[in-house]
Ligand binder design. Structure first.
Ligand code: FES
Length: 325
């Protein structure tokens, strides 16, 4: 069951570019800033193609009673519209925001931690690094991976905070990152907190699944579910309804189906709950699975996909919806 948001008015108090294509946005709620734990996110009401939608953004850093909420938004050329909307805000812009909610809780029941951030996945991880470094009985190491220094926010702050405990990997200089290396940084007690693009998340999950360590100790947060292919338009056939539906490149399969009044159950719209799954009857090209609900093995079979995030690249698809109104 999805949590229920309470919403309130808020205002953008500061917009600041903190890396190429990354805008830090400070937001002051109409009421008091609610206390939150690191790993929390805010839901923000946005307009995409003039239609209301909700986007989730991790809160950067730790809670401070007089501090505004801080998020950082990467401008994505293949955005479904959320980052474009957020980048279009100005200081003084009005927003509707949720209370902070945490689906990526940092647990304090061990001594050893490895934090892994890929690109804009740094946003929830920064506060975790601050929180753990403030405790004297925790050993923390961190891996921060990105394309280039120019595109990675908060590097200096992290170097200051973590010193030798931080490893930064720039793929334009250092090349491919071999995720099997993370196993050398972990023992049976180490908890790993991971946030990054889907390619990194899948690689780390696979390394972990094939390694000797406890699955419970790998914890991750998804953000916006980027895929392996740039979004493309494609056609969906639904033999049950004798319909053909076009999914545009800036639209999800779920929204395309709902637009033509084909009922599909959904909840999270982030590829986490699996409620929106549809049966794949036939396809050409590639299924770009962008969800975190199905296992790697299930994704490999290409029998089902999550309509809220997953797409088809270089082809078309025939599906049956799991729920028929
Ligand atoms: S609505 Fe939750 S996975 Fe699609």
């Amino acid at each position: 069951m999805r949590y229920r948001n309470t919403w309130e008015d808020a205002v953008v108090s500061k917009m600041e570019k903190v890396a190429d294509n990354v805008m830090q946005i400070q937001i002051i709620p109409a009421g008091d800033t609610a206390a939150f734990t690191v790993g929390s996110h805010l839901d923000i009401a946005v307009l995409i193609n003039d239609l209301p939608e909700i986007r989730s953004y991790s809160l950067v850093g730790r809670y401070g009673s007089n501090k505004p909420y801080t998020i950082a938004v990467k401008r994505l050329p293949a955005s479904r519209g959320g980052s474009k909307y957020m980048w279009g805000l100005k200081e003084g812009s009005k927003l509707r925001i949720s209370q902070p909610t945490n689906h990526f809780e940092l647990s304090f029941n061990t001594s050893n931690y490895l934090l892994i951030a890929g690109g804009i996945g740094i946003t929830p991880i920064l506060g975790m690094a601050e929180e753990l470094m403030a405790k004297t009985d925790k050993n923390v190491r961190m891996l921060y991976l990105g394309r280039s220094a120019q595109e990675m926010p908060y590097i200096e702050a992290l170097q200051k905070l973590l010193g030798q405990r931080l490893t930064v990997h720039y793929s334009d200089i250092d090349g491919f990152f071999d995720t099997s290396k993370i196993l050398n940084l972990c023992d049976i007690e180490t908890q790993v907190y991971l946030c990054g693009p889907i390619g990194l998340m899948n690689a780390v999950r696979k390394t972990w699944e094939n390694g000797p360590l406890n699955n419970q100790n790998l914890r991750f947060e998804t953000f916006g579910a980027s895929g392996l292919f740039a979004p493309q338009a494609y056609t969906v056939k639904l033999p049950r309804f004798n319909r053909e539906v076009q999914v545009n490149e800036n639209q999800t399969l779920l929204s395309a189906l709902l637009d033509v009044k084909i009922d599909v159950m959904y909840d999270c719209k982030k590829g986490e709950c699996g409620l929106c799954q549809v049966d794949i009857l036939e396809y050409s090209g590639d299924i770009d699975h962008r969800d975190f609900f199905f296992s790697e093995e299930e994704k490999g079979k290409n029998k089902k996909m999550c309509a809220c995030v997953s797409r088809v690249a270089n082809g078309n698809i025939t599906i049956d919806t799991a729920y028929r109104g």
